[in-house]
Design a protein around this ligand. Sequence first.
Ligand SMILES: Nc1ncnc2c1ncn2[C@@H]1O[C@H](COP(=O)(O)OP(=O)(O)O)[C@@H](O)[C@H]1O
Ligand SMILES: *[C@@H]1O[C@H](CO)[C@@H](O)[C@H](O)[C@H]1NC(C)=O
Ligand SMILES: *[C@@H]1O[C@H](CO)[C@@H](O)[C@H](O)[C@H]1NC(C)=O
Length: 405
Amino acid sequence: MFAGVGLALVVTISSTALCYYWAMKRRKMRRKRAELFRKNGGLLLQQRFTAITSQGTDSSAKIFSAEELKTATNNYNETRILGRGAYGTVYKGVLPDETVVAVKKSRVFDESQVEQFVNEITILSQTDHPNVVKLLGCCLEIEVPLLVYEFIPNGTLFQHIHDRSGPRSLTWEDALRIAAETAEALAYLHSTAAIPIIHRDIKSSNILLDENFVAKISDFGASRSVPFDQTHVTTLIQGTIGYLDPEYFQSSQLTEKSDVYSFGVVLAELLTRQKPISVGRPEESCNLAMHVVILVNEGRLLKEIEPHILEEAGEEQLYAVAQLSVRCLSMNGQERPIMKEVASVLEELRRSFTKEQTMRKTDEPYNEQGNLLREASSTSSLHRSEGSTQLSMEAEMKASCQTPR
Ligand SMILES: Nc1ncnc2c1ncn2[C@@H]1O[C@H](COP(=O)(O)OP(=O)(O)O)[C@@H](O)[C@H]1O
Ligand SMILES: *[C@@H]1O[C@H](CO)[C@@H](O)[C@H](O)[C@H]1NC(C)=O
Ligand SMILES: *[C@@H]1O[C@H](CO)[C@@H](O)[C@H](O)[C@H]1NC(C)=O
């Protein structure tokens, strides 16, 4: 009996100790979470959210708890990985209400980025455009912040252009529509959003396609908002080789024209179905931007267009898009069109394409070609007279050709 009391006592004491231990641990974890939340800009974010909601503009973004997202992604199970990018891993998640989401987990997080990060979330959560991926919310209480986006099911534009094992290859109609949608979204970001946003990493792998093949611009990890009173900002160079604006590369002065350049490369990709960097092409053309300029300049464009595209699109459409691409790829940012103009040119081309399809024309396919060619070559001669910028960029491009990513 004495032993029984002793045992009970031991059990009581040890369970009390255990409870105490757990309580301490829980408290410590709570404190750590709160601290991380603060570190990651949670308070700042809450302030902004309160400000936004009190203004009456309904912000649909919410702050998720770490637990919610852990459950949604089945503890970040490998089978849920949708893709890996330069900055992190994206997981497929399912919320309790069965909404399918994409959860992006950054790899590293630099404390100096907190304010910018918070800024980005605030802006994106207010961004509302059918061709921009919607940010549903974020979680700030773990070491690296998590971003929660709407789930876009049909892969990236890059996959659809370059991965031939896919279910279907893009038609010209799709290509033109996707280009127009992307241009619209960029024009919106540059000039219609509350504060102009420069994406900074426009490329075909950052254009996602939904179940209806509608384009959605994603990955605002590098994007920056530029207050209206600043015409440009100086930044650390960021972007992807093959899409990177050479002028920005040289000057570090970021303007919305850098997005225009990158978009020009995407147009070239849609046109030629070739990769932005390829060692398969002659050395001076290993960069697709250069390649397209040379092709248009020398009147050899049509030879490199896939037969089924040539057949569907017709020469006039192809030259018009090539010319637009070449204008976007101008070495001098000021000579590039603004996205609003790019979007309206593409919209116009779409309209005439639909019209042509309904009454498949037979007369004068060369009508405008001479004209287009002349304009295009004057743009590209400018390309060539650009001295040192061109040289250093060329060196960079060659280097990247020798060591493809
Ligand atoms: N909203 C989304 N829906 C579905 N898949 C996505 C979504 N966002 C990203 N992905 C997938 O994850 C990959 C990497 O995402 P991305 O944002 O490009 O990462 P990073 O910024 O690190 O480059 C994409 O190529 C895409 O396949
Ligand atoms: C990931 O999910 C699969 C299937 O749902 C499961 O069998 C597996 O055990 C999970 N892996 C981990 C590490 O939890
Ligand atoms: C989207 O992807 C699904 C599955 O991968 C495929 O079955 C479907 O055809 C695709 N949709 C389009 C429009 O290609």
